[in-house]
Design a protein around this ligand. Structure first.
Ligand SMILES: [Zn+2]
Length: 90
């Protein structure tokens, strides 16, 4: 898991378990108390976390990459709402 990422550590996450599967482990939702950004990650896969919207739907990988590469902005910003509309195509 890439939880030692320096940007990741600037957020103050509330962590909640969404569901569980034998293959992938728990799916955890990380919601930051400061900026409201939300990410998901499986506990058993080495896959990096990805950004999700308020309903837990995955966002475009460009948004994930950007959010994961930024330190916590410490505020809710309107641009994030625009980012949250860019759902990953399934
Ligand atoms: Zn944050």
């Amino acid at each position: 898991m890439s939880l030692t990422n320096a940007c990741w550590d600037t957020h103050d996450f509330k962590v909640r378990m969404l569901d569980w599967s034998a293959a992938r482990g728990s799916r955890l939702a990380f919601t930051c108390r400061y900026c409201g950004r939300r990410f998901c990650q499986f506990t058993l896969l080495s896959q990096a976390a990805w950004a999700v919207d308020g309903d837990g739907k995955a966002l475009e990988s460009a948004v994930s990459t950007r959010w994961l590469g930024e330190a916590c902005p410490h505020l809710f910003n309107l641009k994030d709402d625009e980012d949250r509309k860019q759902l990953r195509k399934t």
